[in-house]
Design a binder for this molecule. Sequence first.
Ligand code: TXA
Ligand code: MG
Length: 358
Amino acid sequence: MTSAQILTASDDDLRQAAGWLAQGGLVAIPTETVYGLAADACNPEAVAQVFEVKGRPAFDPLIVHVSSARATVDALEAAGVCAPRQMSAPARALASRLAASFWPGPLTIVFPRGERIPELVTSGRPTVAVRVPAHPVALALLERSGLALAAPSANRFGRTSPTRVEHVRAELGGRIRFILDGGPAPVGVESTIVAPDPEGGLVLLRPGGISLEALEAETGVRPRAPDRGTGVLAPGMLEAHYAPSKRLTLIRLEPPTDPQTRAMLERALGSAGVVGLIRTAGPAEVPRWLRDLGPGVSWRAVTLSAGGDGREAARNLFAILRDLDASDAELLFAEEPTGTGGLWPAIQDRLSRAGARP
Ligand code: TXA
Ligand code: MG
């Protein structure tokens, strides 16, 4: 296929995108978090193409996106997307509350699977992950098409998620027909994924665009980590993910006190001519002690947010990873975030997975 055509939010373009989806085609769509690769969630052949185009393993289920008109548990049930009636009363009440408070928005809720969702979408699980994206172009397309759209992030499996049209084009441009342009993604990290438990508790499967404080303030429930030993609840929690093609190492931005860290840094800096440094907060500068450990190194230093603002840092994260990956830097360091709360857990999560070795 030749390079993908970029569509706008015009009436004609939305009609074209909706028509292509209805025929079983794929369209990359903007959301407030990252761009997604969308297919009709009720069409197994279309969904199979998503896995193929992304190079995604079949055990990793997709998130289903629905329009604002379906943003309640009753409407979702009526549409056959999920089956909240199978939930316990406390779990169902919590899911309703979350939907009312956070949709449209970057929160994904795990429900019992509805009868219209093929098993391919959920990788054979009895549950389905659902969200209503808070992006006007995504919402317009969902409404126009009348479809539920299965959409993982629009990148090749395991790579950095796209937050701009040009990222999608670089990842998938030769493999899909249409990319819908919605501008840079305003949140920049993926949705928070939660699963209500039967007792009315909440399990956090992935930190993301909705903070834990916001979830707790709204529901009175503090999300907890998944129980160990229950199998992989969210395969997107795979340790190595979001990876640039260059080696990325997380470091604390203070002089190392232990000899191993010092030796590791000296070794790395001794063998590289150009090194990228991602500051998570503060100025785009390399601290003196780090320069001294690699006197021959040319640095490419950037900051996610000079003022240490988590929202700004999240918005910049994936674009900066991508830019440094494309730069002349031979290896990359990223500062361990020191910020807490808000979007910082999501940033910490993405950076540590980007740095993990598969
Ligand atoms: O913000 C987002 O969520 C973006 C945009 C496009 O909406 N989407 C996204 O999709 O991040 P993806 O495929 O990159 O991540 C989907 C995650 C995976 O980690 C998957 O394991 C998890 O959702 N997931 C999907 N269905 C699930 C289920 N039934 N139970 C638990 N986790 C599920
Ligand atoms: Mg992804």
